[in-house]
Design a protein around this ligand. Structure first.
Ligand SMILES: [Zn+2]
Length: 75
């Protein structure tokens, strides 16, 4: 079998962008969790999972979330 024919029979490799990989890393590290329509992060003060206000691509792996739900939940 010639190489180009062999190549065409292989399953395409899914293209994963850097942003996707970054988000996946955040999910794997439990920095974020996937919810319907967005992402949540755990507030470092009250321990509740709350909506992430920015995009997951804007935060780093060492992100610390403040939900802002009460005065103690602010940085
Ligand atoms: Zn909080």
């Amino acid at each position: 079998m010639d190489f180009s024919r062999w190549l065409n029979q292989q399953a395409p490799i899914p293209v994963q962008s850097d942003a996707d990989r970054h988000v996946q890393e955040l999910l794997d590290e439990d920095v974020l969790r996937d919810v319907q329509g967005g992402y949540e992060a755990m507030c470092c003060r009250c321990g509740e999972w709350r909506e992430l206000y920015c995009g997951p691509e804007e935060i780093d792996i060492d992100y610390v979330h403040y939900c802002g739900g009460s005065p103690r939940c602010c940085p």
